[in-house]
Design a protein around this ligand. Structure first.
Ligand SMILES: [Zn+2]
Length: 233
């Protein structure tokens, strides 16, 4: 669907977007890039392979938070199926990307697909990541696949994820057990509805017509609800 490099960059972009404060998998989480909270050392773990330092400068953190907001904006607009807004956000990212260069990934041969990367080798990691995410999102847009950028349908979860399923059926993020939580909730709701329906049955039965049924006349009203209940189960 997308090139391998784009798929991996999109996954990282979603991971970055999901570090913003908010509801994630049913819990309200703080900003994971908040220097004041002593969390910036997570940066190399959140975006591995870009050369971020364990203790990045506040300028780098600011830059990464800005990138995060830009990526999350494109994502939310795409998830809301507002293509114009998504492209506007993407164009801002592309505009900031500057020149790009084609490079071969490590271990490539002459027949390997080259990838597009930030303009200069040794660019600061935030700059390189920003360009890479812009290029990945551009590939999604050029393929007409913006609706694959989704946000989780789980309760109290706004995680971004990429739907790579063939039939575009993915509804939940993978990080927070959201699909399982939704299934458990639906199951409990079904059980509660069944219990409520079963609880109503005795209340329906003691009607004045019960006496007639006892006399040997199979009362229709008494028979019908019982059949309906059996069908429901
Ligand atoms: Zn989720």
């Amino acid at each position: 669907m997308f090139s391998a490099i784009t798929t991996s960059r999109l996954a990282l972009a979603a991971t970055l977007a999901n570090t913003a404060p908010g509801f994630r998998g049913g819990r309200q989480l703080p900003d994971r890039l908040d220097g004041a909270a002593g969390l910036p050392s997570a940066l190399p773990a959140i975006l591995p392979g870009w050369g971020f330092e364990e203790d990045p400068s506040s300028a780098t953190l600011r830059s990464v938070r800005k990138l995060r907001a830009a990526v999350a904006g494109v994502w939310q607009d795409a998830a809301a199926e507002d293509a114009d807004a998504a492209l506007e956000g993407l164009n801002a990212l592309l505009g900031a990307a500057g020149p790009v260069r084609a490079v071969l990934p490590p271990g490539s041969t002459v027949r390997s697909p080259a990838i597009l990367a930030a303009g200069h080798e040794g660019d600061a990691p935030d700059k390189a990541a920003s360009t890479a995410f812009a290029l990945a999102l551009a590939e999604v847009a050029l393929a007409g696949e913006l609706t694959r950028l989704r946000t989780c349908s789980g309760e109290d979860c706004s995680n971004a994820f990429v739907d790579l399923t063939r039939n575009r059926s993915k509804q939940f993020c993978d990080e927070a057990n959201c699909a399982n939580r939704a299934h458990v909730k639906a199951y409990r709701a079904r059980r509660a509805a069944e219990a409520a329906a079963a609880g109503e049955e005795p209340a329906e039965q003691p009607s004045p017509k019960d006496g007639r049924a006892k006399d040997g006349k199979p009362g229709k009203k008494n028979g019908k609800p019982a059949k309906k209940k059996a069908k429901k189960k």
